[in-house]
Design a protein around this ligand. Structure first.
Ligand code: ADP
Ligand code: MG
Ligand code: ZN
Length: 488
């Protein structure tokens, strides 16, 4: 029996399934359709319905997408690929086997660097990346009975298996989010957890600190958000700790995550590889991938998030934090890069601040993504340029951006139409200052008596009188001069 004070170390490895966004399925010409929106069983054919005697043909684009992922995750792409049959019966699997890869997958021995919340970076090994096909989808009816939709049957699926290098729910979340980010950069997966096109299953065990052997693991399913991944993993670590501390034993099993109760529950005992009687798929020849093809795919990879973050810091002088925020989504990063390349105002730091501090809040408020907004990168640069030339002040510029957001107009057009141009005319500003000083004799006396903080009050009054359009630097200078003149 284990001593109740034993300290345990969690050991976690993730299996991630990602549907590939190809036009057609893995082994037949059927279209890949949205599994939520499409009419059930409309994108099917004898191959993906598992009719006897039908022959699969490998989707070249799916192999290319798998290769992109393998390369982006620093795997060695294998020249000799074998598809294998994984045999089991389930109503969503009409052939009663899934074509997968077993001993010879497309990618091996990769790794990924993941940033943790404390700012440190951790390298997590990628054991393998392999190609397979998705199953159909079952809907269980409340009154009993189930419906099956084979639209998803045969959709290209990638499985990414990590080494057991992860040690907490938070790390699991950070790793899975980074994988999703990379797949989206590569344009091979939409990353939608709710739609099930990106599915994460952690394998979790604990062992006494200092022990070398792994403990028995449980595998968690039904995680439909990154929060559930972090919470479910943490729950499972706590549950296993309690089991061991109370003298029990962890059983190897598959457990489900209950999203409302926020607990895990036993689903079924874990099957072992031998239960599937894997053997090489006799209907498919070995898939040979030569160096030329690998080189071609490698050359076509986009710049990935880590490389962008490094470049934004070295070339643009951004902080690591700002660089991460701007590169989270490829579309945002590209928008930023276009803005920075605009001739109007190519100062990356200022542009970055405007995007992070102002544009993002407008996008949140209006629930629009970067592809949907009407503000263009060049027009943001133009707006920032107006501030820099002191044509409008910073506060006015924020209002102008909001107007650009809803109207799609340019900054100069809005400034002109609404009369928002900044006033730097010293005569006009001085006139307002004198009036404010005359109409606030008590505050003026207090200021002259030593309450110098009241300068802020006068600045505020002047700005208000001038509807925020006065150049703040000019106001401050002229106000100081006017006050000095009134000293007894
Ligand atoms: P299986 O199909 O048997 O689940 P996979 O190779 O698909 O095997 O995935 C196994 C996953 O579980 C890998 O991510 C691996 O790192 C992880 N893993 C293996 N053993 C343990 C363990 N004892 N505790 C936690 N994770 C483990
Ligand atoms: Mg597994
Ligand atoms: Zn088909």
């Amino acid at each position: 029996m284990t001593n109740p004070t034993t300290q345990y170390e969690p050991i976690i490895g993730l299996e991630i399934h990602a549907e590939l966004m190809t036009n057609s399925k893995m082994f037949c010409p059927c279209q890949v359709v949205d599994s939520v929106e499409a009419e059930p069983n409309t994108a099917v054919c004898p191959v993906c319905l598992g009719m006897p005697g039908m022959l699969p043909v490998i989707n070249r684009r799916a192999v290319e997408y798998a290769m992109r992922v393998a390369l982006a995750l620093n795997c060695e792409v294998q020249h000799h690929n074998i598809f294998a049959r994984k045999n089991y019966f389930y109503p969503d699997l009409p052939k009663a086997y899934q074509i997968s890869q077993y001993e010879l997958p497309i990618g091996l021995h990769g790794w990924l660097d993941v940033e943790l919340e404390d700012g440190t970076t951790k390298r997590i090994g990628i054991r393998r990346v392999h190609m397979e096909e998705d199953t159909g989808k079952l809907t269980h009816l409340e009154g009993g009975g189930s419906l099956v939709d084979y639209n998803r049957s045969g959709v290209p699926l990638l499985e990414i298996v990590s080494e057991p290098d992860i040690h907490s729910g938070e790390e699991a979340r950070a790793y899975a989010m980074k994988i999703r980010q990379i797949l989206r950069y590569l344009g091979v997966n939409a990353g939608d957890l709710e739609k099930g096109v990106f599915r994460v299953e952690p394998n979790i065990s604990i062992r006494p600190i200092g022990a070398t052997a792994f403990g028995k693991r449980t595998e968690l399913k039904n995680l439909n958000s990154f929060k559930s991944l972090a919470d479910g993993t943490a729950f499972e670590i706590a549950r296993q700790t309690e089991v061991l501390n109370s003298g029990g034993r962890v059983v190897q099993e598959t457990r489900g995550w209950h999203d409302t109760k926020r607990i895990t529950f036993s689903q079924r005992s874990k099957e072992e590889a031998e239960d599937y009687r894997y053997f090489p798929e006799p209907d498919l020849p070995p898939l040979a991938i030569d160096d030329a093809w690998i080189a071609e795919v490698r050359a076509s990879l986009p710049e990935l998030p880590d490389a962008k973050v490094a470049r934004y810091q070295s070339d643009y002088g951004l902080s690591a934090y700002d660089a991460r925020v701007l590169t989270e989504e490829k579309a945002v990063a590209e928008w930023f890069e276009t803005a920075v390349s605009s001739p109007t105002f190519p100062d990356p730091k200022t542009i970055a601040n405007w995007i992070i501090n102002n544009l993002f809040s407008l996008m949140n408020e209006h629930k629009q993504s970067i592809d949907e907004i009407r503000v263009t990168p060049a027009r943001l640069a133009e707006l920032v340029g107006l501030v820099e030339q002191r044509a409008i002040n910073n506060n006015t510029a924020k209002e102008v951006l909001a107007a650009m957001f809803t109207s799609g107009q340019s900054a100069p057009a809005i400034v002109q139409a609404q009369g928002l141009a900044q006033v730097s005319d010293e005569g006009a500003i001085t006139a307002v200052i004198e009036r404010i000083l005359d109409t606030n004799p008590d505050n003026l006396a207090a200021y002259l008596g030593g309450k110098e903080k009241l300068i802020g009050f006068f600045v505020g009054q002047v700005m208000r009188e001038m509807r925020g359009k006065a150049d703040p630097a000019v106001v401050n200078r002229l106000l100081a001069a006017a006050l000095a003149k009134r000293k007894p």
